[in-house]
Design a binder for this molecule. Structure first.
Ligand SMILES: [Zn+2]
Length: 61
């Protein structure tokens, strides 16, 4: 089983989308990610089950 899933996230600041890799071994992830386009930080809250990303929430940090 592939535990790393790629998901597209949309920057709340500039509206661009870009992919990130998510390790699905943890049911809940919360971390700060800098936008690759505008470099502003956002808070990601991601729900996973092993091998799949269930839900992604993005908020300006
Ligand atoms: Zn951005």
């Amino acid at each position: 089983m592939d535990i790393v899933e790629e998901v597209e996230i949309e920057c709340p600041q500039c509206g661009e989308t870009f992919p990130i890799d998510v390790e699905t071994t943890q049911p809940r992830l919360e971390f700060i990610q800098d936008c690759v386009v505008c470099c502003r930080p956002m808070t990601l809250r991601i729900l996973c089950e092993p091998g799949a990303v269930v839900e992604v929430n993005v908020a300006a940090a």
